[in-house]
Structures are given as structure tokens and as C-alpha cells.
Design a binder for this molecule. Structure first.
Ligand code: SF4
Length: 419
């Protein structure tokens, strides 16, 4: 039988783990570490198993959210070695947007069809908890129906002590002002041995877990993330997945898991600390498939990052276990300033095209995975809300548009244009 021959050289150990995962058994972190090393026939079998599990968990729908990233300041004194985004106050290209500018960005997002904005910023030494609250109030006053996905556990860790409130009360206070969900960023690798090396001043694993569980405890959902491809081992990744699964078993508050590949070009971690130059293509696909098999049935939304992978590898991820394309973003600084070349805006029409090219059905979702619109029939797609659609252009023009469409930040455009 030809089909049997296709998988005849899969190693017995990998075959056993994949069979267990597809039969609905919970994998151990040791199993995950084995799968994270899969190569050749084992890798193909892993990707196929990830895709089968994805179909069982999510069907053929692939979701995306129309969202805009808003970074309110790039001033940050935490000094993470993998960060190309942060600036010191005296640097020439710092920004610290006022409320008017932030509301204008939110307005631009709404005009382009956004249901969500994602707000994060550097840890600015002159700010405190009240600043985070003010931003929510200012935006919600103008756009009460816009979902605000905001403030990483690092920002919560910074704002919370100055508030004088308990952690649950601090979250309730932010939620009353309009906070709808929390990005599960600042996770990187949830292992203090690694954290001390790559971001010594950042919150430690126990505090990250405390903050996330407190958020979930008061009904605030969050995403969960991991940053890989730098100095971590397979065991660190497997243990990180194990911790995420344990938290989810306790709280049920994670909406999705998002593996984030390390972007290496412009940061200390790669240039001065001997980190690897990000993940390889097989590593990206392995992690998508392993996340799917390891986290099911507790987390069944596995998101790939098109900003980190680029659109073609994102399509491969959709064939290896991912079911979510993430956000359109409109404006993206964090990856771009570390050297990502994949743009900062992927309009809804491009999302739909990429999804259909792999034979799946595009679904626009809310932040918490409610269906906003299904697009079964390409003939009935809505008109683009982008000022000019990338489809109208070709080659360099199209590339430039995708990089410049966020808004009128001229300094940023110049920087992008010179990359
Ligand atoms: S990753 Fe975040 S906390 Fe770390 S230096 Fe960059 S902006 Fe600051």
C-alpha cells in the first residue's frame, strides 16, 4: 500500500506519541521534547498529525481578527536583550503619544473595520497605573464597542504596586475602565534560568503566572505566548508548554496559544550574546504541530504569527496544526524594529486570499473567538476598507503600501523605507 509506505520510516517512538495524541491522550513534556526534535519522515508525520488534530478540533475554518496595534510609547528601561523596539528618554527617535493621538489611532482602526485594538508600550519610568487607566477611559469614551486588548503582564507588574490595590482589584479597576482582555506576552520562556539571561530585569515566572491567574480569576481572558529560536533548549520549550497547559487546566482563561519566533537582526541577544539567529523553518512548523497536539483539548486555538513567519510559511503553519492567522495589525513596531521584513499590515482581503489558497474557509472573529463574519463565497466578499488595497498595486508599490498604511508617522516611514 502506497499510503503505508509514506509513513513506513517514521520512528517507533514518534509513531507511538502521535498515535497517543490523536487518540486523545495527554502528552507528557518528555513526549513534547521528543517531537520537538523530529526530522525527515518523523517531521512530515508530525505535521500531518498536527493537521489532523486541527481538523478534529476546529474543522476547516481559519480565523483572523481585524485589529490595530497601538504602542503608546517606545521609552522603556527594562532592557530586554532581544528587544529592538525600546528607547531611552534622550534618544532622538523616542515617542510618547498623548491621549489625542491615541484616540486618533483608535479612530483610524475603527474606520478600517477593526473590532479590537491592542495597546502595549514600553515601561516608561515617569508613568504609573493612572496612565494605563487614562488610556482606557479616553478610548472607551469615543468607542464604547471597541474591544481593548491591552497591557502585558510586565505592564501589569509595573502599574499594579503603585496602585495600592490587590491584584484582582487592580484588574477590576482596569476592566471597569474598558479593558477587555490581556496579551499573554512578556512570557518569552517561562523558566527563570533563561529569563535571568535574556531579560534580567523582567518579571519572573512565578509573577507572570500570578498575574495571568489573577486576570483569569476575575474573568479577564488572555492569550498565551512563547518566544523561541534563541538560547532555549527543547526541554525549556516543552516545560513552558506544560506550564501553559497547567494554568489552562486551572483557569480556562487562555483564548489561544501563539508561538513567536525570535527576530534576531537588531538586538543584543543575537549580536552580543551568541543566541541563534531565530528558528529554522522546520522548527517553526514543529512547534505549531507540537502545540496543537500537546495543548488539546485545553487550548484548541493555535495561532501562527505572520509577522514573524511571513505569509508563505504562515500557510505551511495552517497545514501543520494552526487554525488562526492572528490580527491584521495595521501598525507593528516590535518585530519590525528587531528586523522582521514581513510588513506591518495584512489587510482582511489578503488574509482571506492566503486562507483560501490552502483550501480553507476564512472567518473573521472577535478577540474571544466569536464569529463576526464567515466568508464561504469569494464572490460575496465585502469591499476593502483600506484606503488603497494592496491588490490595486504590484511589486515594490504594494510592498511600500503595506509598510506605510498605518498612518502619518513620518519618522517611522523613513525608518522603514531605509531598511
Ligand atoms: S521587550 Fe518590552 S519590557 Fe523588554 S525592553 Fe522591550 S519594550 Fe521594554
Amino acid at each position: 500500500m502506497i499510503l503505508e509506505r509514506l509513513f513506513s520510516d517514521v520512528s517507533p517512538e514518534v509513531a507511538r506519541i502521535l498515535e497517543a495524541a490523536l487518540a486523545g491522550h495527554e502528552l507528557s513534556t518528555a513526549d513534547a521534547a521528543v517531537l520537538l526534535r523530529a526530522e525527515g519522515a518523523d517531521l512530515f508525520a508530525l505535521m500531518r498529525a498536527g493537521d489532523l488534530a486541527r481538523r478534529e478540533d476546529n474543522g476547516d475554518d481559519v480565523s483572523f481578527v481585524i485589529t490595530r496595534n497601538i504602542n503608546f510609547t517606545n521609552v522603556c528601561y527594562v532592557g530586554c536583550s532581544f528587544c529592538g523596539f525600546s528607547r531611552h528618554k534622550e534618544d532622538a527617535d523616542v515617542y510618547d503619544h498623548d491621549m489625542e493621538a491615541l484616540v486618533a489611532k483608535a479612530r483610524n482602526a475603527v474606520e478600517r473595520g477593526a473590532t479590537e485594538i491592542c495597546i502595549q508600550g514600553g515601561i516608561h519610568p515617569n508613568k504609573d497605573h493612572s496612565h494605563y487607566h487614562e488610556i482606557l477611559v479616553a478610548i472607551k469614551q469615543e468607542f464604547p464597542n471597541l474591544h481593548i486588548h491591552a497591557y502585558s503582564p510586565e505592564e501589569i507588574d509595573f502599574g499594579h504596586p503603585k496602585s495600592g490595590m490587590s491584584l484582582p482589584d487592580y484588574f477590576r479597576w482596569l476592566m471597569d475602565a474598558g479593558l477587555g482582555s490581556m496579551p499573554g506576552t512578556a512570557a518569552e520562556i517561562l523558566d527563570d534560568e533563561i529569563r535571568k539571561l535574556i531579560s534580567p530585569k523582567k518579571l519572573r515566572t512565578a509573577r507572570w503566572v500570578e498575574i495571568v491567574e489573577a486576570a483569569h480569576g476575575v474573568g479577564l481572558p488572555s492569550t498565551s505566548t512563547l518566544m523561541y529560536g534563541h538560547i532555549e533548549s527543547h526541554e525549556h520549550v516543552a516545560n513552558h508548554l506544560g506550564l501553559i497547559r497547567e494554568i489552562q487546566q486551572r483557569t480556562g482563561g487562555f483564548t489561544e496559544f501563539v508561538p513567536l519566533g525570535f527576530i534576531h537582526e537588531r538586538n543584543i541577544l543575537f549580536n552580543h550574546m551568541n543566541a541563534r539567529s531565530g528558528a529554522s523553518m522546520p522548527e517553526d512548523l514543529r512547534l505549531i504541530a507540537v502545540s496543537r497536539l500537546f495543548l488539546r483539548p485545553f487550548i484548541t486555538n493555535i495561532q501562527m504569527s505572520w509577522v514573524k513567519m511571513g505569509p508563505k510559511l504562515a500557510q505551511m503553519a495552517l497545514m501543520s496544526g494552526a487554525n488562526d492567522m492572528g490580527g491584521t495589525l495595521m501598525e507593528e513596531s516590535i518585530s519590525r524594529e528587531s528586523g522582521s521584513q514581513h510588513g506591518e499590515n495584512l489587510p482582511a482581503e489578503e488574509m482571506r486570499r492566503l486562507i483560501r489558497e490552502v483550501g480553507r474557509i476564512p472567518v473573521q472573529r472577535s478577540t474571544t473567538y466569536g464569529t463576526v463574519a464567515r466568508f464561504d463565497d469569494p464572490e460575496k466578499d465585502p469591499p476593502s476598507l483600506e484606503p488603497t488595497t494592496p491588490r490595486d498595486l504590484a511589486g515594490p508599490e504594494r510592498w511600500r503600501l503595506q509598510h506605510q498604511q498605518s498612518d502619518g508617522d513620518e519618522k517611522k516611514k523613513l525608518r522603514v523605507a531605509s531598511c
